[in-house]
Design a protein around this ligand. Structure first.
Ligand code: ADP
Length: 226
């Protein structure tokens, strides 16, 4: 599903954010990426979503070779990858329903299909009863679950969750983790970053540790160790 071969990313011709990173992630895997701030985790994600281009090395995602991508391929690529962030990035003037629906509206889907799909996705994240609430009326955990619903509504192959529990108390963090597990169970490859040791140890998934732009460990069932 994801293949990186000796990928290096250098910003401003000096700072090496990633150095010869090679990585293979199978479809439907759930991978946790840990590393201190500045280790290179977000850079890795930005390379996958093509917000940034590698300085050298090869990236292939879902059969798409990034060296061969043309501008017109980018929307298709982004459709394969859903992303959620620590700060949710919801639209404050839209309800939970409208935030999710918006992702389908900009993709040009017909209204009848949007009306059919959005409630189902809100159901998956356990927020059917909050469909008409605005972000300000939702808890942090609920906001993050709306963000997840929005990220998965077009059925991406991969979900990137970049510190999704970073702003949440532990109870709400668990709600979010449970939703990520469910999304993974439905067949989506999940890449998660977290600083929460308890979550890493609970999940019992593959853990990749990045330090100073390099993968320093990659364990099938890893523990949190920095
Ligand atoms: P993490 O997500 O693990 O905190 P990042 O990928 O954000 O790490 O950062 C890795 C390194 O690259 C850091 O040294 C950071 O300062 C640098 N970096 C990240 N983004 C940029 C950028 N747009 N321009 C210059 N340097 C950057």
């Amino acid at each position: 599903m994801i293949l990186l071969d000796r990928v290096t990313k250098t910003y401003n011709q000096k700072e090496q954010a990633l150095e010869r990173v090679s990585l293979h992630v199978e479809p439907k895997e759930f991978v946790i990426i840990v590393g201190q701030s500045g280790a290179g985790k977000s850079t890795l994600f930005k390379l996958l979503t093509r917000e940034e281009k590698p300085t050298s090395g090869k990236i292939i995602v879902g059969g798409m070779d990034y060296d061969k991508l043309r501008d017109k391929d980018i929307p298709l690529l982004r459709r394969k990858i859903g992303v959620v962030f620590q700060d949710f990035k919801l639209l404050p003037a839209k309800t939970a329903y409208e935030n999710v629906a918006f992702a389908l509206e900009i993709a040009g889907l017909p209204t009848v299909e949007i009306k059919h799909t959005v409630p189902k996705v809100l159901e998956v994240v356990g927020l059917r009863d909050k469909a008409d609430n605005y972000p300000r009326e939702l808890s942090g955990g609920e906001k993050q679950r709306v963000a997840i619903a929005r990220a998965i509504v077009r059925q991406p192959k991969i979900l990137i969750a970049d510190e999704p529990t970073g702003n949440l108390d532990i109870k709400h963090a668990w709600d979010v983790i449970k939703v990520l597990e469910k999304v993974n169970k439905f067949g989506t490859t999940v890449l998660l970053t977290t600083h929460n040791q308890e979550i890493v140890n609970y999940l019992k998934r593959r853990v990749i540790t990045i330090k100073d732009g390099k993968i320093i460990s990659d364990k099938a069932v890893g523990q949190y160790k920095l």
